[in-house]
Write a protein that binds this ligand. Structure first.
Ligand code: GLU
Length: 454
């Protein structure tokens, strides 16, 4: 069977770096196995789902390097969910309940007060046709619950029923179905909660592996029971730890924190984001991986740790810098030209080691192109004047800086920082930057003379 995974966001906001962890885990898993990746929009919540969020999520995935083999929308598949619901109803496994949210809350409080777990008492399943008709006549509409298989024929008498799975990240897991309320699958207005559509899709789309955040562990026991009820084998599950910031705060799609869009706009490389999103919270070192296929080789769900995956957004800059420092000119040529930088390979090779982001090339391009303010301190004016007079004749080459500063040193007696720094500040307008031996030929004679007091 072809390995098939899905990333299933609800399009109710922009995806953030934590969501990208789930997307990337699925993508890398599929890549490694030569499998299929489905992008599935869980958009049954019509009020909160928006087409523009779905489009933005699809674009964010492309930017990250994820190219779905298939895109699905749950809102277009309601007839499949209706068919499954009918099947469950016919089997007596989906029953109507007429309690209002207030009534349910009162029952839960009562159970808590008596020291009992607030599990739904299945009142709905015991109701007679007359009682249901009375509720309907009052104008009530039912929500529908699935009967968990935690009894031996009489749903009023539950018994401990362990249902288990071997989780790709967490190892052996099990849940007692008697400790859970029968899940609501259909709301009063006839709309579906996430549970049933997700299972129907996983079955019909041939999903073999469900890789998702550990916030879904609690749902898995119920979902396994529904797979069984629908007569379908369940996929393999893997629940990974969630990314949190250093102070332990979770990320929220609605808050827009660390959205993929904002990271892209800040000029970060997709592989910097992917490296951090994938390697954080694993037993592997978090380092910049330049290539998705290399990340796929490294990727292993068994290395995901149990505790939260804490990360510092500031680490993205370091990872990004590492990628940029190693980037060949061919990888950036078009991007530089889009930034209006008509640079050649020699320029890029000299300056890339000083760039955190590709767009930082602009800083050095301005120096080469002559649009900068040189920095000349009053106490260095005479020194720089003398240096100007010592600039070797002719074209500036890789030998010039050494010969020039050698002569300046002999003439002025300055050495170390006092020798080099005033020259760097005057010629580049900066305190730090590329190696001057290599940078000087790019700056060129005309700029050098123009930036020194004369
Ligand atoms: N729509 C669900 C979510 O965004 C998907 C969960 C799942 O992968 O099963 O959390």
């Amino acid at each position: 069977m072809t390995v098939t995974v899905r990333f299933a966001p609800s399009p109710t906001g922009h995806i953030h770096i934590g969501n990208s962890r789930t997307a990337l885990f699925n993508w890398l898993f599929a890549q490694k196995a030569g499998g299929q990746f489905i992008l599935r929009f869980d958009d049954t919540d019509l009020e909160r789902s928006r087409a523009e969020f779905a489009d933005a999520i699809a674009a964010d995935l492309v930017w990250l390097g994820i190219e779905p083999d298939r895109v699905e929308r749950q809102s277009r598949r309601v007839s499949a969910y209706d068919a499954a619901a009918e099947k469950l109803k016919a089997a007596g496994l989906l029953y109507p309940c007429y309690e209002t949210p207030d009534e349910l809350e009162r029952r839960r409080s009562r159970a808590r007060a008596l020291g009992r777990p607030p599990v739904y008492d299945r009142a709905g399943i015991m109701q007679t046709a007359e009682q249901r008709a009375t509720f309907e006549a009052e104008g009530r509409r039912p929500h529908w619950r699935f009967v968990l298989p935690n009894h031996e024929g009489d749903p009023a008498v539950t018994r401990r029923t362990e249902i288990g799975w071997t989780d790709l990240c967490r190892g052996d897991q099990s849940v007692d179905l008697a400790s859970l309320s029968d899940p609501v699958l259909i709301r009063e207005d006839g709309s579906y909660l996430y549970t049933l559509p997700s299972i129907v899709d996983d079955i019909e789309m041939g999903v073999t592996h469900v890789i998702r955040g550990e916030d879904h562990v609690a749902n898995t026991g119920v979902q396994l029971a529904i797979f069984q009820a629908l007569g379908a084998p369940a996929p393999v599950f893997g629940h990974h730890n969630l990314l949190t910031t250093r102070d332990g705060e979770g990320l929220s799609k609605r808050k827009g924190a660390l959205s993929i869009g904002s990271l892209r706009e800040s000029g970060l490389e997709p592989m910097a984001v992917a490296s951090l999103a994938v390697l954080t919270g694993t037993s592997q070192a978090v380092e910049a991986v330049a290539d998705m296929s290399v990340l796929a080789e490294r990727f292993d769900l068994a290395t995901v740790s149990r505790s939260a995956a804490k990360f510092d957004p500031a680490d993205l800059d370091g990872l990004n810098a590492k990628l940029v420092h190693d980037m060949p000119f061919s990888a950036v040529a078009d991007r530089l030209s889009n930034l209006g930088i008509a640079a050649d390979e020699a320029f890029w090779t000299v300056i890339r080691g000083n760039c955190t982001k590709v767009a930082d090339a602009q800083i050095y391009w301005n120096i080469v192109e002559g649009r900068i303010d040189s920095l000349v301190d009053d106490e260095d004016r005479d020194y720089l004047l003398a240096a100007r007079g010592l600039l070797p004749e002719g074209e500036i080459t890789l030998e010039t800086w050494g010969a020039w500063t050698g002569a300046v040193k002999a003439e002025t007696g300055r050495k170390g920082r006092a020798l080099f720094m005033p020259l760097r500040r005057a010629l580049t307008g900066l305190d730090h930057g590329p190696d001057m031996r290599e940078f000087l030929p790019l700056i060129g004679r005309q700029n050098v003379l123009a930036r020194l007091p004369g």
